[in-house]
Design a protein. Structure first.
Lengths: 806, 227, 266
């Protein structure tokens, strides 16, 4: 989230798209209902099906799964054509004024620089014109035909209302209602927020979906303002934390790219390649140096950089790619930690088959997951004879499986980072049950054991382990206080931890500081000896003080826990004020220019004393090299979001002749379903009552009672067509497999009128597996191995299937 | 003081009730009284103390249900096993006529012990006919409503709600009739002889002729039809 | 003590059913998994092991389109509860602050209350042969806590407090809702049955939430309660007294006539 949960109360209009916030983020509605009650805010929900969120929304508009860019593109077109955008904001805080080089081009769904062989773009073709002094060439009138605003106008003029509705299946009157309500937030004193989740990201165009929201928000002047922002609602209490902490293959903690072998052969090259010339990222070498110092405290960063594992250049290590490698027998062993891919992974049949190729598997979880029992007869059972992947029976599986019981979150202490980037410490409430252990304890003992096994080795290739600094106290459980201090960073004195640094501005690139994650630097700045005071994530002061009589507080609650960066609750908050530094709306003032410095209800995301009328006084996006919000930017599939159909789609692309996103990797071309056999759109989703792959909820009788069965929601029209009774058993099939589920026939799903024909869509809950009090079949046996062009996040949300009576 | 008229075995006697009639009558008496007392224990605050006899409310509830089932069986046995008698009984009730009306009009005086002139009666006099109509009806309602209350889940809610007052009204009516019937059939000097009719099966011939002239004549006297 | 009550504002409820679980947790009620009926609702109504449920009601309005209404359903804690008046054992009582409390120790499982209740709330728990129902968390409230359901509600749809104050809040909410797209918004429980100790803010008419528009204690129950029980029962003592009187008079008259054998007519 650019903003945070409490801030939702400040909005005038919330556009919930690709998210079922009421069901999967119930707390969001605490604040949205306040916004409605106190500000008369409107809540808009755009979703293929009428959900519990829709039931609480003021406007509900259906759209076919996978057509977000068409939907948002149509909105942008309307806003651009009717000049409903926030002009001053767009002029000063976005790259709308930037002139694009004439190498940029766009023809029938393909941008310039495309290599169809490699399915890759050369992004250099989309660059901006530069002035001779190295600054960006701009046209402040935004009328130059090659300025970003004009290019966008041209790009999106094809997205007219009629065509968009033919693609998305949204009734035109509903679409217009949404556009009117949301475009109203383009007024300078109005703010709208976009709330999204997996319905947005889990597509072959997931990244561009999010970017389309960001562009819309920049156009309407809604970024960096209280009640605005692009807000990713995280599906777990600590997804934000795990991303910050690099639970993805392409980053190190703090969003530093992981090195690639040829591109970044050494420390100096990495810094040269990865460090931009402008923006705050010019400090990147300091962050990398401090991180390396934290890992190998006794070594010089230039040397310890070599200890970092390097990726094969350009190789994809994401979930799907990893399981494809496992399927091919390349990966031999796996530690699977708090994850359950044969329920939660895409194409679960294939992933189950892939697991059998492992020599060993260590599963760590609270309960025996389906994945830890992938070798069992229960895992073998299928509702029909169709077996696309030739799943092996137990007697043929040779994998050694080890299960380590982990304890629950209430049985351990530590911090989690919520969607709003708040790092909140949680105290332990009860001792772990039985032999279960805290995750940290497991990793700690594992690390110590590995170090012990390598002890005494003088081989140079063992140095990453033998020289690794692992000093976290003497108990079985590492000392959390030591870890928290290391996260914050400290000055290294004689190869040992010295005084704490105040925040990341004090980090150095010469190996004199160590810091576990630069964005969290500042969470443990002082050293009075009382962790309750020093460790700011432990703070629980719930006051929202007024700092200026002219500007009421905005719900920052700055002394409750701590949030990165430097406790700044709303990022890009320079945008909350006019170019001259006066809040756009005095009732929702984030920061303002007080004559000599910036003051505010929040920590300025800007030079504290930078005069708004002086040099750089309007560079609101300090993290970008362009120093402004980028509507036109670089993604693997182009500089502007363009609508492409899902990999499995019931229709041809009506906007261009590229059906699939041109930059997407197709892993299994033979498993593409077609409309003749699979005419129905399928999607998967969650419900309030269960959590993720259901391991923590299907094992809980009271929660199992609430949602005991895997069901598939479908329209009354489809049920009538297929002679399916409400509550009866049905079989859903795709080219990847079949599952059995119960039919939930409802008025809340309606067939979509797509380009003159009715197309049905069904939705399956994906929480179920064969274990627990509420067993059911994993919906992910249906989903394909295809993902987003940038992140490879799987396409869980739009695929083709068929439904019949069981 | 004499309670029940003395049994006289040395005078001519005629049969009034067959064995099954007597057996079911007394079976019904016992089960009804058990239901009554357990029911009162359960539902009448001032009769809570009765529950102690049955081992508390739970015990009283159990006895109530067991007795209710037994009562149902008794009624069923009578209806099935004594079908002819039942038909005769119903026929007799249907012969409700002027003599019965006069009986009922004069009954209060007789009830108090005055000597009154009453026209000849059939097997059951006007009062008994009234009892014969009211009590079985009440009992049938008691049984039906009782089962509805016992298994409310399988009946419509409206019917269950109706069952409560019906059970209650039937109980009051039946209990009232039982009181009167018990008294008249045992302790009342005039009609007390009928107690022996229900206990031993026979009544004094002279009493039968005196109290149920029409029945006596039709069964044992001049008008007896070849039996 | 002032009347304390729950205010449940359906316009804020997202049907997450945290209240349903919190209730089972606090009251330590077992889970009872029922067959799937094609609806999100877990149970048709409350049952012996489920004091509160969230109902899901979907429909289509020709003007407003699809609606999906949610309603937390439990004991309404009536001010003059029918359950209490029919209970033969006096197992029900009203607390000073308005909860209708059912004492399982006194309950004999007769289920009169279930059918007397206009909302059919008290439910039979077979394994104990007792009636159970929502207690309004008497055990929590009397220790200064809020009921478990209100404590857990994430959106603020469910609150607990002084009934008069909550009634004012409810009036304000209804005013707001009527002006903001819900012209038929209404309060439920303010006047119904003389004022319930559960207040609802509804976004539509009560029938759209499967609530009786004008709840009444069933006629059979009131008739029985008000007429049969107080008066009709006297027939039994009257019959007994009459018999006793007759017993005496017959014997007096018989003594007078010197006739021992033949009372009655001649």
């Amino acid at each position: 989230m650019t903003n945070h949960w409490v801030d939702l109360k400040n909005t005038d209009c919330a556009l919930i798209i690709g998210s079922n916030a009421a069901e999967n983020h119930p707390i969001s509605f605490k604040w949205l209902t306040q916004a409605r009650e106190k500000r008369g805010a409107k809540i808009i929900n755009v979703d293929p099906r009428f959900t519990r969120t829709s039931a609480r929304a003021d406007i509900y508009a259906p759209l076919r799964s996978g057509t977000d860019i068409a939907f948002i593109g149509g909105m942008m077109n309307y806003i651009l054509q009717n000049k409903r955008y926030h002009e001053e904001y767009v002029r000063w805080y976005t790259n709308a004024t930037f002139i694009v080089k004439d190498t940029y081009g766009f023809d029938d769904g393909i941008f310039s620089g495309y290599d169809p062989e490699k399915r890759k773009y050369d992004g250099a073709k989309w660059a901006f014109e530069m002035n001779e002094d190295g600054t960006y060439m701009k046209d402040m009138t935004m009328e130059d035909p090659r300025c970003v605003l004009q290019i966008m106008k041209k790009h999106y003029e094809r997205y007219d209302i009629e065509l968009v509705c033919r693609i998305t299946g949204t009734p035109k009157n509903k679409y217009m209602e949404v556009i009117e309500a949301y475009a109203a937030t383009g007024a300078p004193d109005k703010v709208g927020t976009i709330m999204y989740a997996m319905g947005t990201t889990q597509h072959t165009v997931g990244t561009e979906n999010v970017r389309s929201y960001a562009i819309l928000q920049l156009l309407l002047g809604n970024i960096g303002r209280a009640g605005g922002g692009v807000n990713a609602l995280r599906g777990e209490s600590n997804v934000q934390g795990s991303t910050d902490w690099a639970l993805l293959y392409h980053i190190l903690p703090g969003y530093l790219n992981t090195p690639e072998a040829k591109k970044h052969p050494d420390y100096a090259t990495y810094n040269a390649v990865e460090t931009p010339k402008t923006g705050y990222w010019v400090n990147k070498p300091k962050f990398l140096s401090s991180l390396l110092k934290c890992y190998w405290m006794e070594d010089d960063p230039a040397k310890s950089y070599d200890y970092l594992p390097k990726r094969i250049d350009g190789k994809n290590y994401a979930h799907i790619a990893m399981f494809e490698d496992m399927y091919k027998g390349i990966i031999k062993g796996m530690i699977i930690w708090g994850s359950n891919p044969i329920v939660g992974g895409p194409n679960a049949n294939k992933e189950q088959k892939a697991l059998a190729n492992l020599e060993w598997l260590v599963a760590i979880d609270l309960w025996q997951t389906e994945t830890s029992e992938f070798w069992s007869y229960k895992a073998l059972e299928r509702p029909t004879d169709k077996d696309e992947y030739d799943i092996k029976p137990p007697e043929e599986i040779k994998t050694d499986v080890y299960f380590l019981p982990a304890c629950g979150s209430y049985e351990k202490e530590g911090s989690v980072s919520n969607s709003g980037r708040w790092m909140q410490f949680r105290w332990k409430a009860a001792d772990p049950v039985g032999e279960s252990k805290a995750d940290l304890e497991i990793v700690h003992k594992l690390a110590l054991k590995i170090k012990e096994l390598y002890a005494g080795s003088s081989r140079v290739e063992d140095e990453p382990i033998t020289r690794l600094t692992w000093e976290y106290g003497h108990g079985d459980h590492p000392d959390i206080d030591i870890i928290a201090r290391e996260i914050n960073g400290f000055t290294v004195v004689d190869g040992k931890p010295g005084p704490q640094v105040a925040n990341f501005t004090k980090l150095m690139d010469d190996g004199t500081t160590a810091c576990g994650n630069w964005i969290y630097s500042g969470v443990y700045p002082a050293d009075t000896g009382n962790p309750d005071v020093d460790y700011l994530a432990r703070r629980r002061i719930n006051t929202d003080d007024q700092v200026d009589p002219n500007y009421p507080p905005i719900g920052s609650y700055s002394q409750w826990s701590w949030c990165w960066p430097v406790n700044r609750r709303i990022i890009y908050n320079r945008c909350s004020s006019t170019p001259e530094g006066v809040p756009w709306d005095p009732n929702r003032a984030s920061i303002w220019w007080a004559g000599e410095e910036w003051k505010g209800n929040d920590i300025p995301d800007f030079g504290k004393t930078t005069d708004p009328n002086g040099p750089g006084g309007r560079n609101a996006f300090i993290m970008r090299p362009e120093l402004v919000g980028c509507m036109y930017s670089k993604c693997n599939e182009g500089p502007l979001p363009e609508h492409y159909e899902p990999w499995e789609s019931p229709i041809k692309n009506l906007l261009n002749n590229q059906d699939l996103n041109p930059a997407v990797t197709v892993f299994e071309p033979d498993k593409q379903g077609t409309t003749d056999k699979y005419p129905i759109i399928g999607t998967t989703y969650r419900v309030s009552e269960h959590w993720q792959s259901g391991i923590m909820t299907r094992t809980q009788p009271w929660l199992a009672e609430l949602m005991p069965n895997c069901f598939v929601e479908m329209s009354e029209e489809l049920a009538k067509d297929r002679d399916i009774k409400n509550g009866s058993e049905v079989i859903i099939s795709t080219t990847r497999g079949d599952i059995k589920a119960l039919a939930c026939v409802t008025k809340r799903f309606k067939p979509f009128l797509i380009d003159g024909n009715y197309v049905h869509q069904v939705g399956v809950l994906w929480h179920f597996g064969f274990n627990g009090y509420a067993p059911g079949e994993p919906a992910n046996r249906l989903t394909p191995h295809v993902g987003d062009a940038n992140t490879t996040i799987p396409e869980y949300k739009a695929w083709l299937c068929d439904v019949r009576r069981a | 003081m004499q309670w029940i008229p003395e049994y006289k075995g040395d005078v001519p006697r005629v049969e009034r009730f067959n064995f099954l009639s007597r057996f079911t009558h007394w079976g019904h008496t016992v089960t009804f009284l058990l239901c009554l007392f357990t029911g009162l224990a359960l539902f009448l605050d001032s009769a809570d103390w009765l529950a102690a006899i049955f081992g508390g409310f739970h015990g009283a509830g159990l006895v109530h249900r067991i007795a209710a089932v037994a009562m149902t069986i008794v009624v069923a046995v009578f209806v099935v096993g004594n079908f002819k008698v039942l038909i005769a009984w119903i026929k007799d009730i249907l012969r409700f006529g002027k003599n019965d009306i006069i009986f009922i009009m004069k009954f209060p005086l007789e009830f108090l012990g005055f000597k009154v002139k009453i026209p000849p009666q059939t097997k059951f006099n006007g009062g008994e006919k009234g009892n014969s109509m009211l009590t079985p009806t009440a009992v049938i309602f008691l049984i039906l409503s009782g089962y509805i209350m016992w298994f409310p889940a399988i009946f419509p809610a409206g019917l269950v709600r109706l069952a409560y007052p019906i059970h209650d009204i039937s109980m009051v009516l039946a209990t009232m009739m039982v009181c009167m019937h018990g008294y008249l059939g045992s302790f009342h000097p005039g009609s007390g002889e009928s107690f022996w009719g229900m206990w031993k099966g026979t009544v004094r011939e002279e009493w039968a002729e005196h109290h149920h002239k029409t029945w006596y004549d039709e069964t044992y006297g001049d008008k007896a039809s070849g039996e | 003590m002032a009347r304390m009550t729950n205010l449940y504002d359906v316009s804020k409820c997202t049907a997450c059913r945290g209240c349903q679980v919190a209730c089972k947790d606090w009251n330590q009620l077992p889970a009872v998994i029922e067959p799937f009926t094609g609806n999100y609702q877990t149970h048709e109504s409350t049952n012996g092991d489920t004091y509160t449920i969230v109902k899901f009601m979907e429909g289509e309005d020709p003007v407003d389109g699809i609606y999906w209404n949610f309603l937390k359903y439990q004991c309404m804690h009536c001010s003059d509860p029918a359950c209490m008046s029919v209970c033969p054992q006096g197992a029900y009582s009203k607390t000073s602050w308005g909860a209708t409390f059912h004492d399982p120790d006194k309950c004999i499982g007769c289920q009169y209350c279930t059918y007397a209740c206009p909302f059919e709330i008290p439910k039979y728990r077979k394994r104990e042969d007792k009636i159970t129902k929502c207690t309004l968390c008497v055990d929590r409230v009397e220790e200064g806590l809020t009921p478990a359901c209100a404590r857990t509600c994430p959106t603020g749809a469910l609150t607990f407090g002084n009934r008069d104050e909550l009634l004012q809040v409810a009036e304000e909410r209804v005013k707001f809702l009527r002006a903001n797209g819900f012209p038929r918004a209404t309060i439920y429980g303010k006047l119904e049955l003389g004022g319930l100790n559960k207040l609802y803010v509804l976004t539509d008419t009560p029938d759209k939430f499967e609530l009786p528009i004008d709840p009444k204690v069933p006629g059979q129950i009131t008739f029985w309660q008000d007429w049969i029980q107080p008066y009709f029962g006297w027939l039994i003592p009257v019959a007994l007294a009459g018999s006793a009187f007759s017993f005496v008079t017959t014997r007096i008259l018989a003594n007078k006539n010197g006739d021992h054998t033949e009372g009655g007519h001649e």
